[in-house]
Every structure is written in structure tokens, then in C-alpha cells.
Design a protein around this ligand. Structure first.
Ligand code: LER
Ligand code: MN
Length: 281
């Protein structure tokens, strides 16, 4: 099991070069850095892979699909574009030397169509299931993130994300659960983790305000017991967005500084993660 940090903590724009952050994360004691593919294409992969290796950090990747690449769309052309977009993302992940891709992959980020939710969920599972051969060929696992109601209507809860992942019927498709989203949507986050079981392939942590885990109301110790019970072997990645006034923070609706200093937030996050999740994995 690895402890990671999402590079978005430090990034003004998704297109900012994340390479200098690898040494920073390593110096803070993290094993891994998560990159958003929103600003990274295959042409940067070899250089970033080398930079991560030089810094001694592993990489995981997250992404968000737009409406033109909606796996749940009723339009076969749009679903075709979703498969093409995911295929390029999977290839980029592999070229980065990574085996993990997770995030907003079941439906577009910030798009809502509740009247057709059941049909969309069915089509999303089918489309993602069709990625299995490509995922297996490149050694990549895909995690469907359960997102709070303000970011998507298709997978608000772990149960909804798990239903799509299971319907995909693909060994390399599972779910990403994130404490920030679970805090909003789940009545009982540890129960949601237990119900996800081996469908859980990735786990994000931040507190209820998207700040340092352990600084707010979220019960990480209870999640740790659930992760141990299900034999979770995946990574634990701190995904904090704490600085206002940046294009990246606007994408995550961060309108005030949540923590005074990003480096300090990362250090405090890792200290809490090591304390609370010591017995997981
Ligand atoms: C967005 O809220 C989020 O949690 C990210 O993991 C999306 O990729
Ligand atoms: Mn997340």
C-alpha cells in the first residue's frame, strides 16, 4: 500500500508542469503522486515518468470526462468518442509507468440528466466494460469515482458507483471512494466501504472541508477499520484543494483558503494518514 498526494494541491492550472512537485512530495515523505490527466498528454509521459523515477515516487492518475466523451450517452458516436478518449488516457497512464486511472469516468463532470439516470447507468457500465481488453493490455485498473451531488448525478453513492462497476463485468474496472464525497452522500461511510469490498480499487482522503485529513469532523479511524476488514491493498491518496483564487481551485469550488499553507497541509495530512491507516494493507 502506498500513501500518495494529489498534485492539484499545488497546481494553479492543470497544464502546469508537475515534475518539480515530485521532489517536493518525496521530501515530505509521500510514496506516490497523483496527476490529473486534464493537462497531461502522451507527449509528456516519458519525461514525467523519468522525473518521478528520479524523485522516487510512484504515479497514479485521475481524469474527468467532458460531455463530448460521455460513456453514458444515448448517442453511439458520443460513446465511441468516450472509448477513444479513455483509450488515449489508458495509454498515457501506461506510458507514465502507472497502473491506476480513476475519477470522473462514468459520466461527464458537472452534467446532469436525472430523468434518464437508469438508462445512462446501464450504458455507462456497458461502455466501461468495453475498455477491459485495453485496460488489461496496458496493465491499468480503472476506478469509477462516487461524486457528490453537485458534481454528478449518476454516481452519488458508493452503491451507485459499485453497481456500474459490477455491471461492467470487467476485472480491471472498480470504484474510487473519496472521504469528501462520502461525507456528503453516505449515511455510513465505513459501511459503504465494506459493501464495496473488492470492487474498491482507489481511495481519496481529505476532511469534510477538503482540507487536512484529521483536522475536521470526518472519522478516518472508522474508515481504516473498514478498509482492514475488506483487505484493501490499494493506495491511499490525499486529495486536498485548499487554496482559493486559482483556476484549479475554481474547478473544485474552493472560494476561500481552507488551510494557510499547502506544504504544511501535505505534511500534516501524511502524519495523520500514517497514524490512522498504519494497519491497512
Ligand atoms: C473531484 O471532486 C474529485 O474528487 C476528483 O477525484 C475527481 O477526479
Ligand atoms: Mn476524489
Amino acid at each position: 500500500m502506498k500513501f500518495g498526494i494529489h498534485a492539484g494541491l499545488w497546481m494553479d492550472r492543470w497544464t502546469q508542469d508537475p515534475a518539480p512537485l515530485f521532489d517536493r512530495a518525496a521530501a515530505l515523505g509521500f510514496d506516490a503522486v497523483e496527476l490529473s490527466l486534464l493537462g497531461i498528454g502522451p507527449e509528456q509521459a516519458a519525461r514525467l515518468r523519468q522525473a518521478a523515477a528520479d524523485a522516487g515516487v510512484a504515479l497514479s492518475c485521475s481524469t474527468g470526462l467532458g460531455p463530448e466523451a460521455d460513456p453514458a450517452s444515448a448517442d453511439p458516436e458520443v460513446r465511441h468518442h468516450a472509448r477513444e478518449t479513455l483509450a488515449r488516457a489508458i495509454e498515457t497512464v501506461a506510458a507514465l509507468g502507472s497502473s491506476r486511472l480513476a475519477g470522473v469516468v462514468a459520466a461527464p463532470w458537472g452534467q446532469f440528466d436525472p430523468a434518464h439516470k437508469a438508462d445512462r447507468a446501464k450504458r455507462s457500465g456497458e461502455t466501461l466494460g468495453q475498455m477491459q481488453a485495453h485496460l488489461a493490455q496496458h496493465g491499468v485498473t480503472l476506478g469509477i469515482e462516487a461524486l457528490n451531488r453537485f458534481e454528478s448525478d449518476l454516481t452519488s453513492t458508493a452503491a451507485e458507483a459499485c453497481a456500474i462497476a459490477r455491471a461492467a463485468g470487467a476485472a480491471n474496472v472498480g470504484v474510487l471512494l473519496d472521504s469528501f464525497h462520502m461525507n456528503i452522500e453516505e449515511k455510513d461511510p465505513p459501511a459503504a466501504l465494506r459493501a464495496a469490498g473488492d470492487t474498491l480499487v482507489h481511495y481519496h482522503v481529505s476532511d469534510n472541508d477538503r482540507g487536512v485529513p484529521g483536522s475536521g469532523r470526518y472519522d478516518f479511524a472508522a474508515d481504516a477499520r473498514a478498509l482492514k476488514d475488506i483487505g484493501y491493498q490499494g493506495w491511499i491518496v490525499a486529495e486536498m484543494f485548499v487554496c482559493a483564487g486559482r483556476p484549479t481551485s475554481a474547478d473544485l469550488n474552493i472560494w476561500r483558503d481552507i488551510e494557510p499553507d499547502a506544504d504544511q497541509a501535505a505534511a500534516q495530512a501524511l502524519a495523520h494518514m500514517k497514524e490512522v491507516f498504519a494497519n491497512v494493507g
